[in-house]
Design a protein around this ligand. Structure first.
Ligand code: GTP
Length: 353
């Protein structure tokens, strides 16, 4: 053996000696172990560090494979030095293929610069203590799939026998979380009874259309639709049949919409709202006439009611043109005012603001 000089080399040497001792155990009759023993004796001195490094890495690799999150190590250049099978699965390639690869090559463009900058700083100054994230990122897999994940990176300053920074990374798959979030978001925008947008969903769509319409200068119209004498309908046929009636009215309104960017919503109780972007005032009136007619023609015989039972609606229309309304709230108020006039004109009628 050559002379051991530095504390780091002593550490490697001690580990290697312990490794050798375990190979030379007199109790071992295992031919595989004896082969290892012979191999250990035959190793040249300059491989001591390499072997110790491999040995310590392989125990670490075993440990991180027990962890149920994606775990990996990167050096100061952001290259992967060790990775568990969960992180490898999230990056979409076998573990072996990932060693030496740059973490940033798995990030989508919007995140690359931030992480490149971070690694560049650490490469210059290894005393920097990194404690970054968890941050939501999109992982770009080789298959082209994008995977949402939380990524955390933290420096491990004193645990490794090296001057170079060692950074541990944790990846947490957000796919299920995002699917659940999307479902909750849809639920929050949807009316439970009718399945069309609720008031919250309508407000979001109206705000988006208002901004876009103001920017691009296209017309934007609103219909406020209220079922006439619905209290009487409920009183005569019961609340459950009333619910079914509201469902039929909602689907009838939806069927009358001319384009995908039109939105029908239940504004509250027996009141509905319709958002009609890019439609001329003439088209909007034709749509209102069609909605009123189709609702008036609804039959409830499937619900056990006589064919003579029907419902009617009153409709108020307001359209944004030449900047006459200063906000979407003013547009709603105008459509509401027109609806009020329609009601006061005897119901089953349409009024334009
Ligand atoms: N079945 C059912 N009824 C509802 C629901 N929401 C509101 N209503 C009923 O809708 C009725 C609304 O009554 P009013 O506000 O007096 O209006 P209206 O009877 O339709 O009379 P006008 O609007 O003046 O024509 C009430 O009886 C409410 O109970 C619902 O989700 N299901």
């Amino acid at each position: 053996m050559s002379t051991i000089n530095t504390p780091i080399e002593q550490t490697w040497s001690q580990r290697f000696t312990a490794l050798k001792e375990s190979f030379i155990s007199p109790h071992s009759g295992d031919p595989k172990t004896n082969n290892l023993t012979r191999a250990a004796h035959a190793l040249p001195d300059n491989l001591v560090d390499t072997i110790a490094n491999i040995e310590s890495k392989s125990s670490l690799a075993r440990i991180i494979n027990f962890v149920s999150e994606g775990i990996f190590f990167v050096n100061a250049r952001g290259q992967i030095t060790l990775i568990n099978h969960i992180a490898a699965r999230l990056l979409g390639e076998p573990k072996e293929a990932l060693i030496g690869r740059e973490l940033t090559s798995f990030l989508t463009d919007q995140y690359v610069n931030e992480y490149l900058h971070m690694f560049a700083k650490i490469a210059v100054d290894s005393s920097i203590q990194l404690n970054h994230g968890p941050k939501e990122v999109a992982l770009q897999q080789r298959s082209g799939d994008l995977l949402p994940a939380d990524l955390s990176l933290s420096s491990l300053p004193d645990v490794a026998d090296t001057d170079e920074a060692v950074i541990i990374g944790v990846l947490h798959d957000l796919t299920a979380h995002q699917a659940e979030y999307g479902k909750l978001r849809r639920q929050a925008r949807t009316d439970y009874l009718t399945g069309i947008a609720n008031r919250h969903g309508f407000a979001e769509s109206l705000e988006a259309s208002w901004k876009e319409g103001s920017r691009e200068g296209y017309p934007l119209s609103l219909l406020m639709i209220d079922v006439d004498e619905f209290k009487v309908f409920n009183d005569e046929h019961g609340h459950l049949i009333g619910d079914k009636c509201l469902q039929l009215i909602a689907s009838t309104i939806e069927l009358c919409l001319p384009a995908r960017d039109c939105v029908a919503a239940r504004f509250g109780g027996e009141e509905f709202a319709v958002l009609l972007p890019r439609c001329s005032a003439q088209v909007v009136q034709l749509i209102a006439i069609r909605i009123k007619r189709h609702i008036g023609e609804l039959k409830f015989t499937d619900l056990g009611l006589p064919a003579t039972v029907n419902v009617s609606v009153s409709i108020g229309i307001a359209s944004q043109r030449d900047g006459v309304y200063k906000s979407s709230d003013e547009l709603i108020a105008a459509a509401d005012g027109a609806l009020y006039i329609a009601k006061n004109s005897g119901r089953n009628t349409i009024s334009v603001a």
